[in-house]
Design a protein around this ligand. Structure first.
Ligand code: BTN
Length: 328
């Protein structure tokens, strides 16, 4: 159940530039005008800056500089993504909470966000360091109407969303390393972990876990990954507002998801390949069976990497070790 305060924030958020009168709030929430006034005082204690003008009403001028369900939703202009936000100050992993919520029928677009994860999960059972208030640690619950074998498309889509936001809104130069690492200056800045619950021909839900190193200084990244990881701050020497970055990602995600629903995977494939890390370069591919050399040329509909061999044949690579630095 939404609290009265959350409802007030929603009502004020949908009218960011205009004022909402005390009478309107009181009518819509079925509480007295003096109760509304008391809630406004509580919101101010939480760090909201609220303007109250006689005969006009209330307006939120600024939200507090910390993550919460309310601050993420205030000023978030999406139709379905982030309409339900679950925020935790600390949790083992947002993935776990998202699975539970999805099993309990949480709607498409519900998101879980944490300030800190104590047991963040990376791909291939690796650990994902998620320091308090230093990054974006979020899991999105999606219920796409696609066949389970096409689920990797949603991961690839997510990678293009992150790359677009870093490039177009933060002026950085991201690349996507197959399958879904976001790289800046040859170092990983963000990763995506997709988990799914499905039957043979139907997806029940997909959880897209997104981890972005945002405001860590280089020496704040764990030692074991310092050679290969970075943060947005370390690459640009700028600090970022985490809430506003989350909102930009959600808004852009919704836009790209709508394009995907309308036009299908080809537009995602084209965009992914435009960001593809070291595409067109010759690499060594080690699988269980053999080690071979090939040029990486793109991605397939099912998310596989396409490798072109010397006899011009193109094969799909689903897993295996790819040596991205054959000359180093
Ligand atoms: C990778 O290995 O590259 C994927 C990293 C995914 C990390 C995110 S952080 C939010 C969500 N919760 C987790 O425990 N993992 C994902």
């Amino acid at each position: 159940m939404e609290s009265t305060r959350t409802k007030i924030i929603h009502l004020l958020s949908s009218n960011e530039k205009t004022y909402v009168s005390g009478q309107e709030l009181s009518d819509r929430l079925h509480i007295s005008r003096s109760a509304i006034w008391k809630h406004m005082k509580e919101l101010e204690k939480d760090g909201y800056l609220i303007e109250a003008i006689r005969n006009k009403g209330y307006r939120i001028v600024k939200s507090p500089n910390k993550l919460s369900e309310n601050t993420v939703q205030w000023g978030l202009h999406t139709d379905w993504l982030g309409k339900n936000v679950v925020h935790k100050e600390s949790t083992p992993s947002t993935q776990q909470i998202a699975h539970q919520l999805a099993r309990d029928h949480a709607s498409h677009g519900t998101v879980v966000i944490a300030d800190e994860q104590t047991a963040g999960k990376g791909r291939l059972n690796r650990e994902w360091h998620s320091a308090k208030n230093k990054g974006i640690w979020t899991s999105l619950i999606l219920r796409p109407a696609i066949l389970p074998y096409l689920a990797p498309q949603i991961t690839l889509l997510t990678a293009t969303v992150l790359a677009d936001v870093f490039k177009k809104e933060l002026n950085l130069d991201p690349k996507i390393k197959w399958p879904n690492d976001i790289m800046i200056n040859d170092r990983k800045v963000a990763g995506i972990l997709t988990e799914m619950q499905a039957e043979q021909d139907q997806i029940q839900y997909i959880i897209i876990g997104i981890g972005i190193n945002v405001n860590q200084e280089m020496n704040e990244l764990p030692e074991d990954i310092q050679q290969k990881a970075t943060s947005l701050r370390a690459t640009s020497e700028k600090e970022y507002d985490i809430t506003s970055l989350i909102q930009r990602i959600f808004v852009h995600f919704e836009k790209v998801y709508a394009e995907y629903e309308t036009y299908g995977f080809p537009i995602i494939k084209e965009r992914w390949e435009s960001y593809g890390y070291r595409l067109g370069e010759r690499t060594t591919i080690k699988t269980m069976k053999e080690t071979s050399e090939a040029v990486l040329v793109g991605i397939a509909e099912d998310g596989a990497l396409l490798a072109q061999y010397d006899n011009d044949s193109i094969k799909k690579v689903y897993s295996g070790e790819i040596d991205w630095f054959p000359n180093r």
